[in-house]
Design a protein around this ligand. Sequence first.
Ligand code: SF4
Length: 363
Amino acid sequence: MTTSATSSATTASAVEAAPIRHDWSTDEIATILGSPLLELVHRAGLVHHAHNRPNTVQLATLLSIKTGGCPEDCGYCPQSAHYDAPVEKQPLMLVDEVLTAARRAREVGASRFCMGAAWREVKDGPEFDAVLEMVRGVHGLGLEACVTLGMLSDAQAKRLADAGLTAYNHNLDTSPEYYGEIITTRTYEDRLRTLDHVREAGITICCGGIIGLGESTRDRARMLETLANMNPHPESVPINGLVRVEGTPLEGEKPFDPLDLVRMIATARILMPKSQVRLSAGRTSLTREAQVLCFLAGANSIFYGEKLLTTANPETDADLELLRAIGVETVAAPPPAAEPAIKFKSARAASLPVAPSQAAPRA
Ligand code: SF4
C-alpha cells in the first residue's frame, strides 16, 4: 500500500465501510506501521471510534500466583530459572489469598482479574485443581477471569472453560522468525497449538507481544500479521514494551522508543478493530502524554496495580488521576462476539512460522 493509498483509507466513511479482514500481508502491515505517525494515529482513531467506545478504558489487574523457577528461557523474563535475576521464588498461592486479592482489585475498579503462574505447562493434579478453584472464585465475584499458565492440552482448556474462565493469555512475543532468538525451550508452533486448544474450548484469547527485544520492524509486522490473520481475532491484544531486568539476557537492550509503542498500538487497532488493545508492560517508561497518545491510537485497556507479575507498573492513583484528567471512563470489556467455538481458523493456519531449527540460536 502506498502512502496515498493509506491516506485514502483515512476518511470516516472508508473506515466504516471497510470489512474486518483476516488476510493481511506482511508488506501491507509494514507500510501501515511505517506510515507518518500523525496519519497513522488519525486512521487508528477513526477505526477505534467506528468500532468501540473511544472514551472508555478497561482496567485489568494481574497477580502472580506462582512466582519464579520457570524452566522456560524467555530472554526477557526474570522468572526464568535459567537466569540470576532478583526475583523471589514463591509457590502457588492459596485459593483464599488469591480471592482476597481479586476482591481488592474489584473494589478499586478492576473488571478483569488475571492470574499468572510461572509454569512451562499445566500439569494435572492438585495445583491445577487449585487454579480451577481460583477461576471459579474470580468468576463468582463477577470479574472476568484470565489465566496465563503456559502450554495446555485441549482437555485442560475444557476444564478451565467449565470453571468459568473468560480468557487465556498466551503471548507470541515476536515474529515466528525472531522467536528462536528470544526463547529456545519451546517453539512458535507450541504456542499456536495452545491457542488452538483455548479457542476450541470456547475461551477468549489474550495474545500479543513485546517490542524492544532487538527485533526489526519487519518482525513487528510479522507478529501483528500472525495475530490479525487469526479468525476470529484475539479478543485481547496486549502490547508490551520490554522492561529490562537485571540478570536477564536482554537487560542491555536499547530502551524502546515510546513512539514505536504508539505505532504498534495504532497498527493493532487498524488490523483488529474490535479487539481490546491493552497497553501493558513498559508503561513506567511512558510519560502521561505518551500514554494519552496510546489511547488516541486505540488502546482501550491498561493493566492496573503497582506490579505486573514481577515488574513495576504505575501507581494506581496516578492511573486514575490520568484517566480523570483526560475524561476517560473505566468500564468492563464488551462481551466477546458470539463465535461458535468450533468454527474458527486455526492460529497455526494464520501463520507460516519458520521452524526453530531454521532460526538462529541466541549467541
Ligand atoms: S515469560 Fe512465562 S514462560 Fe517465559 S520464563 Fe517467564 S514465566 Fe516462564
